[in-house]
Design a protein around this ligand. Structure first.
Ligand SMILES: [Zn+2]
Length: 273
């Protein structure tokens, strides 16, 4: 009788152990070649300082970035330079044709205020922008970056609309966080950090945090060595130099490559899209 009780207790303990394993913390995703963290360098608005400074500096260090182009900032006589950037392995992403944002921002005119858009008009603008990008780089798979980090149009969230639109397979948002939990990450609103005037050492500190977390750090740049919301060329080069010297620790890749990997890793750890 006593033996039966012990056997029952052992069986219960085994069941509890199995249950605790199935509800344990999610398995961490892994990065290619044993890297400890993934880093994406992204640049918004199709700015001239990207063509003049950021891309030449990335090329010099053998690093690749993602350029979220804004259609009406693309100049006809510099289109070939964007094409060259794509041929070098940089990603060209969609950042709308006209950069609609909230009318509360002083640089937004009423005709391009998000409050005055319908979701349908917004989607058509994104579709046209995808077509323009296809004409530049010949690619059909595309990622998106929310203008001003804004995920609402006319008071309606567009995150799920983009998810089912078929236009993109991932989207970069704002939020300044390092991605640590890939089960709860929304691939259509990946946080990123962008700071005006940030120093190279501060950016390196951010990367070290991503390393400690085994996570993903996404940078959002605007002007590099000039123009608006800018970082200095020196700070940008300090970051690139550090990344280039620590390639064994960090996987530095365009946003679309990193998100493809993340999506497949999420499936592996049991988190289907
Ligand atoms: Zn922008």
């Amino acid at each position: 009788m006593v033996t039966m009780k012990i056997k029952t207790l052992i069986a219960l303990a085994v069941l509890l152990y199995i249950h605790s394993q199935s509800t344990a913390q999610p398995e961490k995703i892994s990065w290619p070649d044993g890297a400890k963290a993934a880093i994406c360098l992204t640049y918004d608005d199709a700015m001239e300082t990207h063509l003049d400074i950021a891309i030449p500096d990335l090329n010099q260090y053998g690093l690749r970035g993602t350029f979220f182009l804004q259609g009406d900032n693309i100049m006809i006589d510099r289109i070939w330079e964007w094409r060259q950037a794509s041929l070098k392995g940089h990603e060209l992403g969609n950042h709308t044709a006209f950069h609609p944002c909230s009318e509360k921002l002083d640089f937004i005119t009423p005709e391009f205020a998000a409050e005055n858009y319908t979701v349908d008009r917004f989607l058509r603008e994104l579709e046209v922008m995808n077509t323009l990008l296809f004409a530049i780089d010949g690619k059909k798979e595309r990622t998106y970056a929310y203008t001003c980090g804004q995920t609402e149009f006319g008071g309606v969230s567009i995150i799920d609309t983009l998810r089912i639109s078929g236009l993109f397979f991932a989207a970069r948002g704002s939020g300044r966080g390092i991605v640590e939990d890939f089960r709860t990450l929304d691939p259509f609103n990946v946080p990123s950090g962008g700071y005006e005037g940030i120093k190279g050492s501060e950016m390196i500190g951010y990367i070290e945090k991503a390393e400690q977390a085994g996570g993903l750090g996404v940078f959002t740049f605007h002007g590099v060595g000039g123009q608006y919301i800018s970082v200095t060329r020196e700070a940008h080069q300090e970051l690139l130099s550090y990344l280039s010297e620590n390639r064994d620790k960090y996987w530095i890749a365009p946003f679309h490559e990193v998100m493809k990997h993340v999506i497949s890793e999420r499936k592996r750890i049991g988190r289907d899209e």
